[in-house]
Design a protein around this ligand. Structure first.
Ligand code: NAD
Ligand code: UGA
Length: 462
C-alpha cells in the first residue's frame, strides 16, 4: 500500500520530532500531527519557531522547512484520521495512579481513547502504528477496541514501531537510528502493513538497520531496552557507594569496566540517579508484567533497579544535609539531563523534596527549565504526598528560583550539581569563590578537573 497521508495522535516529545523527520525525508507524504491540547498545537504553529514546545537541537530548522508544506499541526483529530491511511499513536503512557496496577502498570487510557477515536471516525481501512511504549500484548487489546467501535466492515492492521530516541539528541537519533523496529502480524495483511512502514523508513535508514519482528517481540524489546539501559546506571550507581566507602574512584572504575569491548563505555556514568519520563515507568511496567505472569523472582530483579535509583537520590541528598552549615542549599540543574527543558521525574525534584522536608531553603538555577515548571513539579509532588494546601504553600515558600547562575551561587555556600549542563563547567568559579567560600557536591562528576585547584572550594564527587 502506498502511503500518502499520515496522522500522528500526540504532539509531544516523540510525536513532534519523529513526524518532523518523516515529513522532511518524505516530501510526497502529508503528515498531520494532532493533539487535544490546543495550547501545545498553537505553540507548534507559532510563527516564531523558538516557541515550539519541544527544544531539540536541529528541530526548529526542520520545522521551518516543512511546516505548512507537508507537515501540519492541528486539533482537528477526526479530519486527520479520516484522511490518513496510516495513523501513529504517540500519546503518553504514564504509570497508573488509580485502580488495578496502581503505581506499577502503564495507564493505557490515552491509547485506548485514541483507538476509540480512530474506530469511530474511520470510513476506510487504516494501518494503526503503536509508537507509544506499551506493555507486551497491547496490540491484542487495541484490536478488540478498534473492532468493537468500528463502523461497518473497516479493517485495521496494527503494527508496533517503538521509538528509541533520547531527549537532548532526538533529531540526531532519528536520522541515525541504531535500529528501527517494526513488529507485525504473521499474515499477508500484516506483512503488507509492515512493508508500508519499512518503505517510509528506507528513505533514510539503511535497510539492514530496519528490523522486522513479530508484534509481541517488538513491544517487549522496547521495555527491555529501557530496562537494560537503566540497569547499567543503577549498577554503576550502586558501585559509586562502595567507591565512597573504600576510597576507589567511580569514574576510574567505570572507565576500566567500559574498556571491555563486551561491555562498552555507554551508560556507565555515575549520577545522582536517572530521571526522565520513561525509565522508571517502563521498569515499573515490566515488573508489573512479570508479576502478572507469576514470575516473581524476575520481577524482584528488575525492581531492584528502581530501588537503587531511589537510594542514590537519597544518598546524594543526605550528603548535602550532612555538609550544610546553615539553612540554604543551591541546586544547580533541574532538567533530568542536559540539553532538554524536560524535568519529568528529574532527580532534582526528589532531592529538593528531601531538602525542603528537612527545613532547608533551596535555591535553584537551570538554564532551560521554566520557573513555572519547577514550581509545578514540586507542587504536584507535595499534592501527591497529600500535604494540605497550607503546608504546600509553606514548603513552596522555601524554594527560590534564580534567573542566573551567579545569584544562585551567591545565595548559599553549599552547592549540589544535579544536571550535567556543559555551562556549569565553564563558569568563572574562581571569581565566585572569591566572594563566597563554597562546598560543591557533584551529582554528575563533571567538575572534578575544573574545581581541582580552585581556592575556597571544597569539592566532593559522588
Ligand atoms: P508527551 O506527554 O510529551 O506527549 C503525549 C501527547 O499526547 C500530549 O501532548 C497529550 O496531550 C497527547 N494526547 C493524549 N491523549 C490524547 C488523545 N486521546 N488524543 C490526542 N492527543 C492526546 O509524551 P512523549 O514523551 O511524547 O511520550 C509518548 C510515548 O512515547 C510514551 O509512551 C513514551 O513512553 C514513549 N517514548 C517517549 C520518549 C521520550 O523521549 N519522551 C522516547 C521514546 C518513547
Ligand atoms: C531513554 C533511552 O535512552 C531512549 O533510548 C528511550 O527511547 C527513551 O528513554 C524513552 O523510552 O523515553 P532519555 O530518557 O530521553 O532516553 O535519556 P537518557 O539519555 O537515556 O537518560 C536517562 C537518564 O539517565 C537521565 O537522567 C540521564 O542523566 C541518566 N544517565 C544516563 C545516567 O545517569 N548515566 C548515564 O550513563 C546515562
Amino acid at each position: 500500500m502506498k502511503i500518502k497521508n499520515i496522522c500522528c495522535i500526540g504532539a509531544g516529545y516523540v510525536g513532534g520530532p519523529t513526524m518532523a523527520v518523516i515529513s522532511l525525508m518524505c516530501p510526497e507524504i502529508n503528515v498531520t500531527v494532532v493533539d487535544l491540547d490546543k495550547e501545545k498545537i498553537n505553540a507548534w504553529n507559532d510563527p516564531d519557531t523558538s516557541n515550539i514546545p519541544v527544544k531539540e537541537s536541529g528541530l526548529t530548522e526542520i520545522i521551518e522547512k516543512v511546516r505548512n508544506k507537508n507537515l501540519f499541526f492541528s486539533t482537528d483529530i477526526d479530519n486527520a484520521i479520516l484522511e490518513s491511511e496510516m495513523i501513529f499513536i504517540a500519546v503518553n503512557t504514564p504509570t497508573k495512579t488509580t485502580g488495578e496496577g496502581k503505581g506499577m502498570a502503564a495507564d493505557l487510557k490515552y491509547v485506548i481513547s485514541s483507538a476509540i477515536n480512530i474506530a469511530r471516525v474511520a470510513k476506510t481501512d487504516k494501518i494503526v502504528v503503536e509508537k507509544s511504549t506499551l506493555p507486551v500484548r497491547t496490540a491484542e487489546k487495541l484490536k478488540e477496541v478498534l473492532l468493537e467501535n468500528a463502523r461497518g466492515n473497516i479493517k485495521f492492521d496494527i503494527i508496533s514501531n517503538p521509538e528509541f530516541l533520547a531527549e537532548g539528541t532526538a533529531i540526531n537519533d532519528l536520522f541515525k537510528s541504531d535500529r528501527v523496529l517494526i513488529g507485525g502480524e504473521d499474515s499477508i495483511r500484516g506483512k503488507n502493513a509492515v512493508d508500508a512502514l519499512v518503505k517510509i523508513y528506507e528513505k533514510w535508514i539503511p535497510k539492514k538497520k530496519i528490523i522486522t519482528t513479530n508484534i509481541w517481540s517488538s513491544e517487549l524489546s522496547k521495555l527491555a531496552s529501557n530496562a537494560m539501559l537503566a540497569q547499567r546506571i543503577s549498577s554503576v550507581n550502586s558501585l559509586s557507594a562502595l567507591c565512597e566507602a573504600t576510597g576507589a574512584d567511580i569514574d576510574e572504575v567505570s572507565k576500566v569496566i567500559g574498556l571491555d569491548k563486551r561491555i562498552g563505555p555507554s551508560f556507565l556514568k555515575a549520577s545522582v540517579g536517572f530521571g526522565g519520563s520513561c525509565f522508571q515507568k517502563d521498569i515499573l511496567n515490566l515488573v508489573y508484567l512479570c508479576r502478572k505472569y507469576k514470575l516473581n523472582d524476575v520481577a524482584d530483579y528488575w525492581e531492584q533497579v528502581i530501588k537503587i535509583n531511589d537510594y542514590q537520590k537519597s544518598r546524594f541528598s543526605q550528603k548535602l544535609l550532612e555538609l550544610a552549615n546553615d539553612k540554604n542549599i543551591t541546586i544547580l540543574g533541574w532538567a533530568f539531563k542536559k540539553d532538554t527543558n524536560d524535568s519529568r521525574e528529574s532527580a532534582a525534584i526528589y532531592v529538593a523534596e528531601i531538602l525542603i522536608n528537612n527545613n532547608m531553603n533551596i535555591h535553584v538555577y537551570d538554564p532551560m527549565v521554566t520557573d513555572e515548571r519547577i514550581l509545578l513539579d514540586l507542587k504536584l509532588l507535595f499534592q501527591h504526598k497529600k500535604f494540605s494546601d497550607a503546608e504546600i504553600q509553606k514548603k513552596l515558600s522555601m524554594l527560590k528560583i534564580h534567573k542566573n547562575h551567579k545569584d544562585a551561587l551567591l545565595s548559599s555556600n553549599l552547592i549540589g550539581i544535579v544536571t550535567e549542563w556543559d555551562e556549569f563547567i565553564n563558569y568563572n568559579w574562581e571569581e565566585i569563590a572569591k566572594k563566597n567560600v563554597l562546598t560543591v557536591i557533584d551529582g554528575r562528576n563533571i567538575l572534578s578537573e575544573r574545581l581541582d585547584q580552585v581556592k575556597n572550594i571544597k569539592y566532593f564527587k559522588l
